[in-house]
Design a protein around this ligand. Structure first.
Ligand code: AMP
Length: 469
């Protein structure tokens, strides 16, 4: 099952669940379908998890129920309906190693093979989430110590995982040997925080300490932190799409601020695809930073050409009357007083299926723009992600079906330019370009995907990508 998720762990701080709740608020963009927290108090686990946004799931009563100074939390896009509450993370279980709860961001590419084997051996699966295989592997391990059991389990699973795990007296965190997804360590008072993005540390006033390294596992208990290596050799493959689209602009991801990286993408794009125009605008919010960079580099003024309604949830009641382009308009509205008669450069972060871009270009034109030049601050998305970003099937990706000129015509732009792969990597200054996974753009998967298409234990019955819009 493919997940886009955020994780948060607290060790040794009063009201841990309330901190986790705030942290999950900051990570909401990483998963809007369900949220959960498991807290630990005197060896007992307290659990709250439900479908919905963080603000829907948690309230005063259930936060007071989540006692203790240690907790983990999770937000995710789930793939099946509300009846599938078993799939909401954190998952938890009683094992021979004590009670364990786990929250995972990423996608395990051999989970189906492990699942089949364990099921044949008699394991009872509670959910259809790939992360549950890790719990089973630990539970069945012959290793005496929980850290050794964990290390072995993590050496067996393949793919992407940034995870936090709660035991009866410890918090553990691990990042896969490729380091696909981010995971950072922070300090607050005498305790520790582990979370997907630094924006969650900022919100609770925690100090950023460092990234959990790729291939690192940390164990935190009352005596402090111990670091272990996961015994798998791999070349780093940090997900470049975290910088392109997924992470929040105020986060430090893989050691670099996302907004500044996106601004560099925009500057490079302006050099690669210049155009004579009156203004540069973004598709809010995903194109904001790159649009600013494009404007600064080209000298063309930046303008707000479209506003976004921030209060639109994932679903809304459709109007009875037929309102044209309702789904686009309810979220984004062009400002015709700005756009009328203007030659506009429109910046968006990525072009995936092309359908929303087509509607947006049409809306900008209808608002009076005389020319619409679409610039995309990443290369064409050509391949599905197997490591935790929800992408449609290959044949649904517009760049696999059409030439550049055909895409331009399809989206209805006067010109179209994508940031080159080289330009994208050169824009990320601190990290060597060979440390990124760019598989969605070039098909170079950093590891062989064993269970391609099979790790979906159940058939996905809703296409969430299509829903997100
Ligand atoms: P489209 O080309 O019509 O499929 O839509 C592209 C838009 O979707 C861009 O504005 C992106 O910000 C956004 N987007 C890119 N990747 C994803 C994803 N994995 N999930 C949801 N939205 C995405």
């Amino acid at each position: 099952m493919k997940d886009e998720c955020g994780v948060f762990g607290v060790f040794g701080i009063e009201d841990a669940a309330r901190l986790a709740y705030l942290g999950l608020y900051a990570l909401q963009h990483r998963g809007e379908e369900s949220a959960g927290i498991v807290s630990l108090d005197a060896g007992h686990f307290y659990v709250v998890k439900e479908m919905g946004l963080v603000s829907d799931v948690f309230h005063e009563d259930n936060l007071s129920y989540l006692k203790g100074k240690t907790a983990i939390g999770h937000v995710r896009y789930s793939t099946t309906g509300s009846n599938n509450i078993n799939n909401i993370q954190p998952l938890y279980s009683k094992t021979a190693k004590g009670k364990l709860a786990i929250a995972h961001n990423g996608n395990l590419t051999n989970a189906f093979t492990i699942y089949k084997r364990l099921k044949e051996e008699g394991a009872l699966f509670q959910s259809t989430v790939d992360s549950e295989t890790i719990l089973h592997l630990i539970a069945r391990s012959k290793e005496k110590s929980v850290t050794a059991a964990f290390q072995k389990a993590l050496a067996e699973v393949q793919g992407a995982y940034s995870l936090v795990c709660l035991g009866e007296n410890f918090l553990m965190a691990a990042r896969d040997p490729y380091g696909f997804r981010p995971l950072v360590l922070g300090r607050l008072e005498d305790g520790y925080i582990v979370t997907s993005e630094t924006c969650a540390l900022d919100l609770i006033g925690a100090e950023y300490v460092r990234e959990i390294e790729n291939g690192e596992m940390i164990y935190i208990d009352d005596t402090g932190i111990t670091s272990f290596r996961i015994p798998v050799v791999a070349k780093p493959a940090f997900c470049v799409f975290e910088h392109v689209y997924f992470s929040r602009p105020d986060s430090l991801v893989f050691g670099e601020n996302v907004h500044l990286v996106r601004k560099e993408f925009g500057k490079t794009l302006a050099r690669e695809y210049p155009i004579d125009a009156d203004l540069v605008m973004a598709i809010p919010d995903s194109g904001n930073s790159a649009a600013l960079g494009y404007a600064q580099e080209s000298g063309i003024p930046f303008e707000i050409g479209m506003t976004r309604n921030h209060y639109v949830g994932r679903t809304f009641i459709q109007p009875n009357q037929k309102i044209r382009d309702f789904n686009v308009k309810v979220k984004l509205n062009p400002i015709s007083s700005v756009l009328k008669g203007k030659r506009v450069v429109v910046i968006d972060d990525s072009l995936v299926r092309g359908t929303t871009s087509k509607q947006r270009v049409a809306a900008i034109r209808k608002a009076g723009a005389s020319e619409v030049h679409l610039r995309i601050s990443s290369p064409p998305v050509m391949f599905p992600c197997h490591f935790g970003i929800d992408t449609p099937k290959r044949e649904k990706l517009i760049a696999t079906q059409k030439t550049l000129e055909e895409i331009r015509r399809f989206v209805g732009a006067d010109s179209l330019g994508y940031l080159s792969r080289e330009g994208m990597l050169a824009s990320i200054s601190n990290i060597k370009s060979d440390k990124f996974c760019t598989a969605c753009f070039d098909g170079n998967y950093p590891l062989k995907v064993q269970d391609k298409g099979k790790y979906t234990f159940e058939k996905r019955n809703i296409n969430l990508y299509a829903q997100k819009g």
